[in-house]
Design a protein around this ligand. Structure first.
Ligand SMILES: C[S@@+](CC[C@H](N)C(=O)[O-])C[C@H]1O[C@@H](n2cnc3c(N)ncnc32)[C@H](O)[C@@H]1O
Length: 344
């Protein structure tokens, strides 16, 4: 999204017809086109139609679209997946983002204009219930809740190796995973650090799902879960490190200041807070994901959050009492890690 380059006509049409482009990608993933081409590179449209049981006419519409979008390479007689498609959708887990975008982001985003006008998350109209955030509304919709947490799991799978590689958790004995979801981070971290104990806090239905996932990985002896509304209940004490992964972008600056102050109070001397999130670049014009996704926070998730800059996190941590800041930049999926220490 560089200002000096200017958009091309093709890029403009990809935005105007972006919902169709998304459905091409989603359909190819769901119907098994990418998996088929991964196993059978060089297939024709006819081969794919026969193998997947799709009639020739819709198969031609789909494959022509996929070639135009350069998700699939070649001509209709002989095609392969683009290398990035092979990496992300055949070998990788990026397909797990698509139901979340299809069922939650796209319906909710149809309320973007009204949300901008009224400065609130009117996308919640698409999710029955009385809660003021998507998270509380999805407590009564297990299918969409699963889609949200599969998206989060795929994000963790793409980013957690980079978090571990920073070494920031190497000396942690007891981690408090705040808004830890369905243990998307806690399970791989417990597997990576065999002596690590974790307490995961989240909303009630979410910790129930987390407990099932933890149990199925045989980690119930090292990962505890606790139903805790972090804004209305006290945070548990006893952990030496607090992880806030994909938590602060949901909330307003005021709510985040309050939360970081509670985190500070819950930590012992020399305890550390780890903030792990996508970040916008300093010019605030990229990467694309970090520029576009905040509209989801406004319209759907909470009506308040965004991806904040590094300096804002440091400012909030300083106000809460933390010092000794460390930054780890350039991690996968536009992520960065911010560490602050409670030094008295
Ligand atoms: C974007 S998800 C991040 C999940 C996980 N940390 C990760 O990185 O995948 C935010 C989490 O915050 C939880 N959450 C939202 N409001 C909360 C509240 N008031 N108290 C505790 N958890 C909350 C949601 O249920 C959700 O699991």
């Amino acid at each position: 999204m560089s200002a000096d380059r200017g958009i091309t006509e093709d890029q403009l049409y990809r935005i105007m017809y972006g919902s169709i482009a998304f459905e091409m990608l989603h359909a190819a993933s769901e119907l098994g086109v990418f998996d088929h081409l991964g196993r059978n590179p060089g297939s024709s449209t006819q081969d794919i139609a026969t193998a997947l049981g799709i009639a020739p006419y819709p198969c031609d519409i789909l494959l022509t679209g996929l070639r135009g979008l350069e998700l699939v390479l070649g001509d209709e007689t002989r095609m392969t997946n683009a290398p990035l498609v092979e990496q992300c959708f055949v070998k990788g887990e990026d397909g797990k983002h698509l139901p979340f975008i299809h069922e939650i982001v796209n319906p909710g985003m149809s309320e973007f204009i009204d949300s901008v006008r009224q400065a609130t998350n009117l996308g919640l109209r698409h999710f029955p219930g009385d809660g003021t955030s998507l998270y509380s509304r999805l407590e009564s919709d297990p299918d969409k809740l699963r889609s949200l947490h599969e998206h989060l799991r795929a994000t963790s799978e793409a980013t957690l190796a980079d978090l571990v590689a920073t070494g920031a958790l190497d000396n942690t004995r007891h981690l408090l995973d705040i808004g830890g979801g369905t243990a998307t981070n806690a399970i791989p971290l417990a597997n990576h650090y065999p002596d690590l104990r974790i307490t995961l806090v989240d909303l009630e239905n979410v910790v129930e799902a987390a407990a099932r996932a933890i149990d199925s990985h045989g980690l119930s002896d090292r990962i505890d879960v606790l139903a805790c509304d972090v804004f209305n209940d006290p945070l548990p004490v006893g952990a030496d490190t607090a992880l806030l992964a994909h938590m602060l972008p949901i909330w307003s600056p005021e709510a985040n200041r309050e939360l970081l102050s509670k985190v500070y109070d819950a930590l012992p001397d020399n305890g550390q807070a780890l903030l792990f999130d996508p970040l916008q670049n300093d010019e605030r014009d990229g990467p694309d994901y970090a520029i576009l996704f905040p509209a989801y926070y406004l319209t759907i998730a909470s009506g308040r959050g965004t991806f904040y800059p590094w300096s804002t996190y440091e400012q909030w941590m300083r106000e809460a009492g933390f010092s000794g800041f460390q930054r780890f930049e350039g991690l996968a999926v536009a992520h960065g890690l911010h560490v602050g220490t409670k030094q008295r």
